[in-house]
Design a protein. Structure first.
Ligand code: NAD
Length: 472
């Protein structure tokens, strides 16, 4: 898959080279950081009626500077080796940026899931997992897949079941994959994590009045307009949470079937229910149909969120993009040459490997939960509650003031798993943005968020290599 005039992987390498020029990391070390360490190409057959079909699949481990490696598995017709390598590389920089202690990886199967039955998808997923097991490309301490475009909790449960069957008795087997259903050792909050992370990242970025002023915006998200491309896992959660928690007005939505507009704002919850029922966003009450599915990207808005696939903003349409901020919820939605055009137009781009890092962050929490074999808060919640009850009792005794039952419950209870996940994610996205902003402020020669974010990641990865040394 190409990204403008060059391959997707090459465009990631170019971004890294540009960022490296602002650091003193040795040239050879930059080359090592950029390289894909292991590339597995797989071909296997499945039965289709009386015939066979060859399935093309990949798993790439980009960097082993931290283990396990981590990255989603994509089911899409666009999958090829270059795309999986690029996405694996982005995972390395993403994990480093948000301090998730993993190396980057990615997997892909070149299929359109809509062309296969559930049984066939299950066979493909289990066979792919078996190939990964045979080559030692999966395991809680080796390489841990997760969902990506075209996959979800269902596929992750099949992967876990296949792995557990081959690794009977391996105590940490449940940590071999993340993004599992909550009932199958998943974690509450993982399904919405990437979209929620996009919201937290935008909220942190837009909280800086002086940065927003440069874009002609006031600070804060409330009342700002947003356009979203793709109502899948990432896009629907970004839109829903931005609307419900950030008071953002979603004026445009694009999906496979076309794009729609509503000046006064679309109710995303109702739009999702409408699409589920009719199979399309077109004809949603109060919305106007736009000429085609790419038209929504050109609407005048404050925030544009491409959350479908790569290569959506290219030299063909970049000049007509009318947003103040582009949040790359999808991986690689802006080609390298379009990136230049947007920057000249003073559009701020929040790069993919920062803004969509919520998924891997909560996957990390799920992995930690799996390795500790218990739900967060299970051991300490009741103990803490009793301790807080004691403190409140003393406060009442000293002040003579009685604390009401409702207030008391609020002050003493421990956090639920979902609340702990949300607070950990919020903190992670906020800290990472502040690190990027600090880099922008200390390097006057860097003017874009993407380069600053790559500088942050590169420095952390280089520091690992330098302190570990090289074996042998
Ligand atoms: P998904 O399969 O759940 O959703 C993708 C949506 O995009 C679907 O609704 C699909 O119909 C729509 N779409 C496809 N082609 C389109 C087009 N041309 N125009 C408009 N809409 C189109 O996938 P997802 O998991 O939401 O992933 C979306 C992007 O986010 C991918 O780039 C993926 O790599 C990235 N991402 C996903 C996660 C995650 O946790 N799922 C994490 C990080 C990054």
């Amino acid at each position: 898959m190409s990204n403008g005039n060059i391959s997707f992987f090459k465009s990631v390498e170019n971004y890294v080279d540009r960022a490296a020029s602002f650091t003193d990391i040795p040239k050879g070390l930059v080359e090592q950081i950029k390289a894909c360490n292991l590339v597995l190409q797989i071909r296997f057959p499945i039965r289709v009626g009386n015939d066979y079909q060859v399935i093309e699949a990949y798993r790439v481990q980009h960097s082993h500077h931290r283990l396990p490696t981590k990255g989603g598995i994509r089911y899409a017709e666009s999958v090829d080796q270059d795309e999986v390598m690029a996405l694996a590389a982005l995972m390395t920089y993403k994990c480093a940026l948000v301090d998730v202690p993993f190396g980057g990886a990615k997997g892909g199967i070149k299929i359109n899931p809509a062309n296969f039955s559930v049984e066939q998808l299950q066979s493909i997923t289990r066979r792919y997992t078996t190939e990964l097991i045979k080559k030692n490309f999966i395991g809680p301490g080796i390489d841990v897949p997760a969902p990506d475009y075209g996959t979800g909790p269902r596929e992750m449960a099949w992967i876990l079941d296949t792995y557990a069957a081959f690794r009977h008795g391996e105590i940490d087997a449940i940590g071999c994959v993340t993004g599992k259903p909550v009932t199958q050792n998943g974690i509450r909050g993982r399904a919405e994590a990437t979209g929620r992370g996009v919201y937290y990242g935008l909220r942190e970025c837009m909280a800086h009045a002086e940065d927003m002023q440069k874009l002609g915006l006031s600070k804060g998200m409330a009342g700002k307009t947003m356009v979203v491309q793709g109502l899948g896992n990432v896009g629907s959660n970004t839109a829903l949470i931005s609307q419900q928690e950030g008071d953002v007005k979603i004026i445009g939505v694009a999906e496979r079937e076309g794009s729609i507009y509503c000046e006064s704002g679309l109710n995303i919850e109702k739009l999702l229910a409408f699409r589920k029922e009719t199979g399309s966003i077109m004809g949603f009450a109060g919305s106007k149909a736009l000429p085609d599915k790419l038209s929504a990207l050109e609407l005048e808005c404050d925030i544009l969120v491409p959350a479908a696939l790569e290569n959506q903003i290219t030299v063909q349409n970049a000049e007509r993009i009318n947003a103040k901020i582009v949040a790359e919820a999808a991986n690689g939605p802006v080609t390298a040459d379009a990136d230049l055009i947007l920057r000249k137009k003073n559009i701020m781009i929040l790069p993919d490997f920062y803004i969509n890092a919520g998924g891997v962050t909560v996957s990390y929490f799920e992995w930690l939960k799996n390795l500790s074999h218990h739900r967060f808060g299970r051991l300490e919640n009741r103990f803490q509650q009793n301790a807080f009850e004691g403190i409140l009792g003393k406060v009442q005794e000293i002040t003579g003031h009685t604390i009401g039952e409702k207030e008391r419950q609020l002050l003493t209870r421990g956090g639920t798993e979902e609340e702990l996940v949300k607070s950990g994610l919020d903190d992670t996205m906020s800290i990472a943005y502040r690190q990027i902003r600090e880099t922008l402020m200390t390097h006057n020669e860097i003017s874009d968020v993407r380069t600053a974010a790559f500088v942050c990641s590169l420095k952390k990865i280089a520091s690992d290599y330098i302190s570990m040394g090289i074996f042998p």
